[in-house]
Design a protein around this ligand. Sequence first.
Ligand SMILES: [Mn+2]
Length: 323
Amino acid sequence: MIIAKDKLYKFKTSVNSATTIALFCHINPDGDTIGTALALFFALKKIDKEVRIFCDDTVPEKLHNLDGSDKFEKCDASGKEFDLAIAIDCSDISRLGTSARCFLKVASTIAVDHHKTHSNFAKLTIVDSEASATAEIIYQILDYCELMDDIIAKLIFGAMVSDNGCFGYSSTTAQSHEIAKALYSFKFNPSDVIYDIWKKKSVGVFNLSTRVLSKCRFFYDNKVAIITFCKEDFDATGTSQTDTEGIISNIIDIDTVEVAFAISEANEFYYKVSIRTKKKVDASDCAAAFGGGGHSCAAGCRINGRYEDVIERLVKTATDRLD
Ligand SMILES: [Mn+2]
């Protein structure tokens, strides 16, 4: 979807009338929220805005190569006031974590997002649920504001491939490719970006994936697959929860699997769950059953309970939707 001119104009005027701007990423940040926020950060710096960029959680190791990855701060709710706050890739105010308090204190707020479950929590909402990444929307905004450059193009490209699986997920559209084409007119190396974001892994992450994948559990004629990241898996491989991203794709790619879950032990009796689905089941619908959200093929939620009960509830959620 092409973002309406009046929205782009409203974004531009809000930014122009602000001196201090705070950008907010979502908790458990991914390449889209981080890369898109950084693209906007550098664009706003070019027009001499005082910009700060907040995220409750630290930037995952694999994104440390991104230009500006050291700019992130934890938001101190008692901190200074801002003229404008912009939430990036956040479907809901709760996705900002404790930073939500800081965001809500600001009089002028904007949300730029692509989740179909987006709840309008900002004064100005720029949402396109057909976009494969929030980066696609930010590209249109920065192109309109004439703020694109090589570094920004590289960040936007990285954020896009991070969310659309290098243009391989069903979320990818003709417009994703059109935006990529426009980005190719800037100077950066797309295959280097793809290596950094998708392919590169540490030995620790490799060991974590072989360990966890070898214990994959299958249910319902191999249509449902579950992998579990326990605290001991992280300890044994020197990794953490931020290293789990992407490992789930190994099981959703199995031909019989329609629904894949990756369960990660956050605390005792508290699990973070990633969900991937093929066409038969809507991942965001599964996530919504546990108060989570996301997209049709990729979503997430958090569940409290005993491990075996969590497994049972997840399998039931999947099989109910497969029948
Ligand atoms: Mn996203």
